[in-house]
Write a new protein. Structure first.
Length: 505
């Protein structure tokens, strides 16, 4: 049998696309190298990712996925599936050898809320549970799922692609009219088709070291009443040359790791695994205290070449999901929205007659690459300013302005206002010159001029009160901010009020 579509890789994105293709009437084969449940990172959702998931679940009649778009509905519907409450983004700046101090002006921290209360909060996905759930849902829609398949080659003929390898010690072969690779960076099609790997020019070479822990202590609020419990978030401990992430799940497990430039990684010997992690924590007393009783739940994983970009993203009978086309860095949780935008675009292609796919796939490849490059430029600029935290904070506002504007536009039924990630091609959101300047800042005066220019650029898109000095780097999810910004979205105040009520704000 020749399947209409074969999806290689059964992470949540591959399984989701397989479900959608099946809903569109295609015959679908989903192939997995390993078995579920399994360990994976890429665990933090965002408001934009949640609205994309919600849109896909409604558009393609997948109602069992809709509850995953909010913490409250997830807990009521699937309490057995591990996840964590994510009320926002928490950033702390650290200097080596010093405890993190609580500056009364909060210049050493940044809290950006994504929701006003837990019920509509975002989530961290415990991927061992979530990916297994998505696979079961794919099977329930009629997708044929095969695991423990070690694919070795892909050969394209006139009307199909043949995949070959071994399963359970025996030769395996399957054919499909189209193949999607969801196996991640340097994945199956990258190897099988000998696709080139090309640099991400604006990103410094970096490494990562990560695992899951138990017994990680909670952080104390840094004075005052923060807009959310600071630990119920994607926590970023930022230092010169890198940062540590901390993501809590509701099953007692915490995901944590470090991403760092090659220079910083070499300083601490991250390639040695656990000893490198301990050397880093010794230089960061506040983080060391948080992990004083922590126990690694599994061996550390060292990724010596963290970032990746494929030189080809789609062909006549194949395409890479964005997660396989490239990877930048987990900073700012960009992975989920990028891959869900890719799923949405490929789903729209699958809705067309296959004779119309060629031009659409070329567009998909251009969009995916452009968003990957824009993300790398932003993240690279953030790495360049990690020692200058006030400027780092200013640069993050570019992301938060674009993300909050995009989410609100989509929820208002105006996706055309924000069709690309980071609004990177929007004629009025000129972030690229600002990012180039950030890497060249050498003085306090230049940093202040850049920060002022960032606020001017984001103002027409700022629906979250970002940059308000009276908030001293703590930004709550405030309904009044959105109501006052209705005109920026071509909407009336009442339109936004109805939106907020509909979303449970």
């Amino acid at each position: 049998m020749t399947y209409d579509i074969a999806v290689v890789g059964s992470g949540f994105a591959g399984s989701l696309l397989a479900m959608i293709a099946r809903r569109l009437g295609r015959s679908v084969l989903l192939i997995e190298r390993g078995t579920h449940p399994r360990f994976a990172i890429g665990e933090s959702s965002t408001p934009l990712a949640n609205v994309l998931l919600e849109e896909l679940s409604i558009r393609y009649d997948l109602p069992r996925l809709t509850p995953l778009a909010k913490w409250g509905t997830w807990q009521r519907t699937y309490p057995q599936i591990g996840c964590g409450l994510k009320r926002g983004f928490t950033f702390y700046h650290h200097q080596f050898g010093r405890r993190a101090a609580s500056d009364p002006d909060r210049q050493d921290q940044l809290l950006v809320a994504a929701s006003p209360h837990d019920a509509i909060g975002d989530t961290h996905w415990y991927r061992a549970d979530v990916d297994a759930f998505f696979v079961r849902e794919a099977q329930a829609t009629g997708v044929l799922y095969l695991d423990e398949v070690k694919l070795e080659s892909a050969s394209e003929r006139a009307n199909e692609v043949t995949l070959q390898g071994r399963r359970h010690g025996k030769p395996f072969a399957a054919s499909a009219r189209f193949v999607v690779d969801g196996t991640g960076p340097r994945g199956f099609l990258q190897r099988a088709l000998s696709l080139p790997a090309v640099p991400l020019p604006d990103l410094p070479p970096g490494q990562a070291l990560y695992t899951h822990f138990t017994n990680v202590q909670r952080l104390d609020a840094p004075g005052g009443e923060p807009p959310y419990p600071v630990d119920d978030a994607a926590v970023h401990h930022v230092f010169d040359g890198g940062w540590i992430w901390v993501l809590r799940f509701n099953n007692g497990i915490t995901s944590a790791g470090v991403a760092a430039t090659d220079h910083a990684a070499a300083r601490f010997g991250l390639g040695e695994g656990a000893p490198g992690w301990q050397r880093l924590l010794e230089c960061l007393p506040t983080v060391r205290e948080q992990f004083a009783e922590a126990v690694a739940d599994r061996p550390f994983i060292h990724a010596p070449q963290f970032s990746f970009r494929s030189g080809a993203i789609a062909g006549r009978r194949w395409a890479l999901l964005p997660s396989a086309a490239g990877f930048v860095d987990p900073l700012l949780s960009t992975g989920f929205p990028l891959v869900l935008l890719g799923v949405s675009r490929l789903a729209e292609i699958f809705e067309k007659n296959q004779n119309q796919w060629s031009e659409a796939l070329a567009t998909y490849a251009r969009q995916t690459e452009a968003e990957l490059l824009a993300t790398a430029r932003l993240i690279g600029s953030l790495y360049a300013t990690m020692a200058n935290f006030p400027l780092f904070v200013s640069l993050t506002l570019l992301y938060f302005a674009a993300a909050s504007f995009s989410e609100t536009a989509r929820r208002l039924g105006k996706p055309h206002l924000a069709s690309t990630f980071l609004l990177h091609d929007h004629p009025d959101f000129q972030i690229h010159p600002l990012l180039d300047r950030a890497r060249a800042v050498r003085s306090t005066e230049a940093a202040q001029r850049l920060s002022d220019d960032i606020l001017r650029v984001i103002e027409p898109f700022n629906v979250a009160g970002l940059g308000d000095p009276s908030r001293r780097n703590w930004y709550p999810a405030n309904a009044e901010d959105m109501l006052l910004a209705a005109y920026k979205l071509g909407a009336e105040r009442d339109d936004v009020a109805h939106l907020l009520a509909r979303c449970g704000f």
